[in-house]
Design a protein around this ligand. Structure first.
Ligand SMILES: C[S@@+](CC[C@H](N)C(=O)[O-])C[C@H]1O[C@@H](n2cnc3c(N)ncnc32)[C@H](O)[C@@H]1O
Length: 430
């Protein structure tokens, strides 16, 4: 059924209007390849489009190597129904689970980096804006406080004092397990406002918020730009970002997310060892693993780690940073075995990978045998090829040199027949 959808996928009239000049085909292109003696189809089309790019504002929390909400949206809509469980073992900023929550699916999210839960969970518990403003007003901010590390290259002394006041307030409440949904929301927004490239952030001009530069590098940036940190009002910026995050969340959606949160499971484990998730429980996994060692999640998040009292060096030791494809496949095999265990019969795994080393390493083709070895059937490789219009470039979307951007997703299914080791068998009636 789903393959039929992919094969016959056509853009809607409105989408065709938008793409008519760039696209010469509106039908899926199918290429066949052999991997491990199995014939696999690649389905190539623009399955989610620029038109749909305006995802819900609640997603707008930055994180290194996150995918767009349209990706999980496509699979969740087609492969699950309301109240099914949707899972992401490499949660990141929480794109999959938040999109699933918006679509009224139950959710499970896991990431080895504790920052993921800090960023994801609060967005299921969206506060009332006026109540939040009042709550924030009452949090005591002190003058003259300094951080336990030198942050003078990022912040004006008064801003630093406000950040340290907030950090102390949150860490004390956390120590007594006393954080409420306002605190968690404030912590999530503040974590996001720590550093960035506009006046909407607490810091002087620096790299975008998901790539905190080192103190040494920031000193150089300041010298080069001849800049000194100006005062920023922490409470004001938290409220401003809150307003923009919730701008298209209706009160109905807010209630729905709160309800989903009651049954949500958030874990901070290695994706290959998630014993908390029962067998045959999840209808759909939509995920994107760490790709070899191209993204330094811990280094990019050192300041966010500091603010949240997370020992980022310790986290770094556990983050999968494979140097070779062999190392990577070994780790991912364990993840696939675990995904097979927790997936319901008839359920799916959509595993998104990129092209590493400028396309020389096609990770999707390495992923196929891993899924098969764990017991899954490969439904196909879905390549979402996005054509860029001039307007989309103005919106600042990164594209590659050919004016397209692609996501490669290997789709697996856990079939209804049983599996024994690597051999699968079907019960025969006698
Ligand atoms: C490509 S990012 C996922 C981004 C996510 N799709 C999003 O939209 O935000 C990969 C994530 O895997 C996490 N990670 C790395 N090694 C892990 C492991 N062994 N187990 C669980 N999570 C891991 C990293 O912390 C990172 O958040």
């Amino acid at each position: 059924m789903f393959i039929d959808i992919l094969t016959n996928f056509k853009l809607s009239d409105a989408q065709q209007d938008l793409f008519v000049s760039e696209k010469n085909t509106d039908k899926t292109r199918i290429e066949k390849i052999n991997i491990s003696e199995v014939q696999i189809c690649k389905y190539i089309n623009e399955f989610w489009t620029a038109k749909q790019r305006q995802a819900n504002s609640i997603h707008e929390v930055s994180y290194r190597a996150c995918f767009k909400p349209q990706l999980p949206n496509f699979f969740i809509k087609h492969l699950t129904k309301e109240r099914d469980y949707v899972y992401d073992p490499f949660l990141g900023r929480g794109t999959t689970v938040i999109e699933a929550g918006l679509l009224n699916r139950q959710v499970i999210g896991n990431d080895i980096n504790p920052l993921s839960v800090v960023l994801s969970e609060p967005r299921f518990l969206i506060p009332d804006f006026n109540e939040l403003a009042q709550y924030l007003e009452e949090i005591p901010f002190y003058k003259g406080l300094k951080a336990d590390i030198d942050l003078s290259m990022f912040y004006h002394p008064d801003t630093e004092s406000e950040i340290v006041s907030l950090r102390n307030y949150i860490s004390e409440k956390e120590l007594y397990n006393n954080l409420n949904s306002f605190d968690k929301w404030i912590r999530m927004v503040a974590t996001n406002r720590l550093t960035g490239h506009s006046k909407g952030f607490f810091s002087v001009y620096t790299m975008p918020p998901n790539q905190a530069v080192s103190s040494e590098r920031q000193i150089k940036i300041n010298e080069k730009r001849n800049q000194k940190p100006e005062y920023r009002n922490v409470k004001e910026l938290i409220l401003r970002k809150t307003k923009s995050l919730i701008k298209n969340i209706s009160s109905g959606k807010k209630k729905q997310l709160k309800k989903i949160h009651k049954t949500a499971i958030f874990l901070n484990k290695d994706a290959g060892k998630t014993n908390e998730i029962p067998d045959s429980f999840v209808q759909l996994t939509v995920t994107s693993p760490p790709f070899l060692d191209v993204v330094q999640y811990a280094k990019d998040n050192w300041l966010r780690g500091w603010f949240n009292g997370i020992n980022i060096e310790k986290v770094e030791k556990n983050i999968t940073m494979s140097r070779t494809i062999e190392e990577w496949t070994e780790v991912m095999q364990k993840v696939f075995d675990e995904l097979y265990r927790i997936t319901k019969k008839g359920g799916y795994v959509a595993f998104e990978v990129g092209e590493v080393k400028n396309g020389k390493i096609k990770l999707d083709e390495y992923v196929v045998p891993l899924g098969i070895k764990s017991g899954f059937k490969t439904e196909g490789i879905i390549i979402n090829q996005q054509t860029f219009t001039k307007t989309s470039n103005i919106w600042g979307v990164n594209n590659n040199s050919k004016g397209t951007n692609s996501n490669r997703i290997v789709l697996f299914k856990k079939e209804n027949n049983q599996r024994l080791g690597n051999i699968r068998f079907v019960k025969v009636r006698t």
